[in-house]
Design a protein. Structure first.
Length: 315
């Protein structure tokens, strides 16, 4: 019902990795954040195959971010709905030997002779479950019995788990809960109500402000990527972008560059900001580019600024 899509913060980190000089003081932390988020996304992505193959009689929603009644938001990696039961999934993409001594203890991971401790995913699910119950009550949703499943998705994970705890590999999920979902088609209206309400309440995480990442807009490499040699070496000549290195030309090279710019920040921007980013000192041409991708001017007194929409469909 809600498939997984690449989160905006991950896409932002991806663009920053490509456009931030490697000698920048913030680059090591930026790189670590990127790899951590990417691993989490890959872990959630690996469940899509399992959901499509086995869960035909259930409603599945991935990557939900819901408003908490106490302020802020809470995150659900994946959720499986049946007419009487709801399964919350917490996804961990860890390699090495993973051990949980008890349902309430710390999770430890041994890798290359080093032992690390991680938060207990079952306790994380308990906290998420309590927030979801409060949210559902406020939304006047029908009650469902909630179950918790921690899923370890890395292919090189050796899982040592306490008896009875639902710490599972992806291919174990269906077989562990199939008696709840097989041949149960009654009261699908209840599942639809839950699903529609969850999707309507979902609020995607926005990209972080650049100053929080220790980077300013002026420190990010601008320019248009050459789709042939993958360098920021395109220049606007005679109504086309032409690469100064390999001479490849592209009339729409600015679309991908603008998408990078919009990914970095959701703040309003000026024509001059885009001129600087594209290295194109022609305001009339930039204005045409912005209208082409659906950008809009703010009303007065800030009518010199623009806002953007999602332009992924143009690529």
């Amino acid at each position: 019902m809600k498939p997984l899509v690449q989160p905006k913060p991950l896409r932002q980190l991806e663009v920053l990795m490509q456009r931030t000089p490697r000698d920048h003081t913030a680059f090591p932390e930026l790189e670590a954040s990127y790899h951590k988020r990417r691993a989490g996304y890959y872990g959630e992505q690996s469940l899509t195959y399992i959901f499509k193959r086995f869960f035909h009689n259930a409603y599945v929603l991935q990557d939900l971010r819901l408003p908490s009644l106490t302020g802020g938001y809470f995150q659900i990696d994946a959720l499986i709905l049946t007419p009487q039961h709801l399964f919350l999934l917490e996804v961990k993409h860890l390699k090495g030997t993973v051990h949980l001594e008890s349902p309430h203890g710390l999770l430890t991971r041994e890798l290359d002779g080093t032992v690390e401790q991680f938060p207990n995913p079952l306790l994380q699910l308990q906290n998420t479950s309590e927030q979801l119950k409060i949210w559902a009550k406020n939304m006047r949703l029908p009650k469902l019995k909630v179950h918790h499943i921690a899923v370890f998705t890395h292919s090189n994970c050796i899982l040592q788990r306490p008896k009875g705890a639902l710490l599972l590999r992806p291919d174990e999920i269906f077989w562990s809960i199939k008696h709840y979902i097989q041949n149960r088609t009654e009261d699908t209206e209840l599942c639809q109500i839950w699903s529609d309400t969850l999707i309507q309440a979902h609020t995607p995480a926005p990209p972080a402000a650049l100053n929080r990442l220790g980077i300013t807009r002026s420190e990010i490499s601008g320019g248009v990527w050459c789709s042939d040699c993958s360098k920021l070496t395109m220049r606007w000549e005679r109504q086309r972008w032409r690469c100064t290195k390999c001479k490849h030309s592209d009339a729409k090279g600015h679309i991908a560059a603008l998408q990078d710019f919009f990914t970095l920040s959701e703040a309003p921007f000026s024509n001059a900001d885009i001129q600087h980013f594209l290295d194109l000192p022609r305001s009339a041409t930039v204005r045409r580019f912005l209208y082409e991708v659906g950008c809009e001017r703010l009303p007065k007194p800030k009518s010199h600024l623009y806002t953007h929409r999602n332009i992924a469909h143009i690529l």
